[in-house]
Design a binder for this molecule. Structure first.
Ligand code: TRH
Length: 361
């Protein structure tokens, strides 16, 4: 019985690594009653995502998960590996821990970053032998097709979203959420919104991009709770939300700007149109990632959604482009809903992980 799972997470930057790992840890525990230990190398960053986490405690229970500080290698000398070990995003397990794995031979999985590129199907579930120990490690690729590891999606998500949407009322202004990297053309987006044809309420959760939002209004900074107005644009500064609250925001808005990996997929599950800013990669590999996703999302290159995505990544946003996007929102809304429903037909990442590990026994 593969009941005990260890999940290792290194915080590279921002919140995506811990955001994905925490979501997965919770789902494995809540839906499959698994005993999950989450090892994180930066508890201070994790505390932004894990509600109630005490960054000073090296071991603690949080929402049914045992959260442990991933400290020095020596701190693993007495740790017995779980039945299933997930190394998130090639984070490289501590060597004493790997040594212990030679005794209990757990199922060892490397959870990879998400991409919609075609090559993912060929690499998903391939394994290699770890040279020093002879242990087998399998590469688990999340993805958008049945031949990949699937996408993170809780079983309760659809019902929760539908219940929340049933209570929503239609508002006179366009509701937009903005979560992006600071290098995005934020100034030109805000200018386009301010000069656009429709009034916009734009919700901005706390983050490093807020300085640029403040600069657009000629301010040094924005505080939580501030409301700033220029032309058609009203900015509402929110605190950094919990993951659940952030989901609710995505469900409420007519258009969501998201980034990285986890907020991207939460926007997909919102049934609402979104603009995804990919995490920048060398040699502009992120553009390939973007186009592969737009293909899977059935958007062709002449579509305003395609054009706007590219303008948001490499270019500037003009008021004309913004107006074109907002005028097309009713069509984009029904496209988003049909795409959400299409991807909801597939098995999710946690389900696929659990099935995979059962077949390893
Ligand atoms: O923060 P991100 O940019 O994360 C990353 C990292 O940069 C990482 O190194 C990289 O490898 C990966 O992207 C691809 O964006 P992401 O993935 O969307 O993660 C943000 C998390 O923060 C996500 O779990 C949602 C959560 N969040 C909240 O909980 N509250 C909020 O108010 C907001 C805006 C986000």
């Amino acid at each position: 019985m593969n009941k005990r799972w260890d999940l290792f997470c290194r915080v590279v930057d921002n919140f995506g690594d811990i955001g994905v790992c925490w979501r997965l840890a919770k789902q494995l525990h809540q839906e499959y009653a698994l005993d999950v230990r989450l090892w994180v190398d930066d508890l201070a960053v994790a505390a932004n995502i894990i509600q109630g986490l005490d960054a000073n405690l090296t071991r603690q229970q949080a929402h049914g998960i045992e959260v442990c500080l991933w400290g020095e290698d020596a701190s693993f000398l007495d740790v017995t590996p779980a039945d299933v070990v997930i190394e998130a995003f090639a984070c490289e397990l501590p060597s004493p821990y790997i040594q212990h794995m030679t005794a209990n031979k757990p199922t060892w999985l490397n959870l990879e970053y998400l991409s919609a590129e075609n090559w993912v199907e060929g690499f998903h579930a391939q394994s290699s032998v770890h040279a020093a120990t002879g242990l087998r490690k399998t590469f688990f690729f999340p993805g958008f097709t049945d031949k990949t590891g699937g996408l993170i999606r809780e079983q309760s998500l659809r019902t929760a979203r539908q219940a929340a949407k049933a209570k929503m009322t239609v508002l006179p202004s366009l509701q937009v959420s903005l979560f992006c990297y600071p290098h995005a053309p934020i100034h030109s987006l805000l200018k386009a919104m301010a000069e656009g044809a429709e009034p916009v309420e734009c919700f901005v959760p706390k983050g490093s991009y807020l300085e640029k939002v403040a600069a657009f209004f000629g301010a040094d900074q924005i505080e939580v709770g501030d409301i700033l107005q220029k032309g058609q644009l009203k900015i509402i500064a929110l605190p950094f939300l919990t993951q659940d609250e952030y989901d609710q925001l995505l469900w409420c808005c007519n258009l969501n700007f998201v980034r990285g990996e986890d907020s991207w997929i939460r926007a997909l599950w919102s049934e609402n149109p979104f603009i995804w800013q990919t995490y920048p990669q060398d040699e502009k590999l992120h553009l390939k990632k973007l186009d592969a996703f737009l293909g899977a999302y059935e958007v062709d290159s002449s579509d305003i959604l395609h054009v706007f995505h590219h303008a948001w990544l490499d270019d500037e946003i003009t008021p004309g482009l913004w107006n074109k996007l907002t005028q097309d929102l009713p069509r984009l809304q029904s496209h988003a809903a049909s795409q959400t429903q299409k991807f909801e037909q597939q098995a999710d990442l946690a389900a696929k992980l659990v099935i995979f590990t059962k077949h390893q026994v």
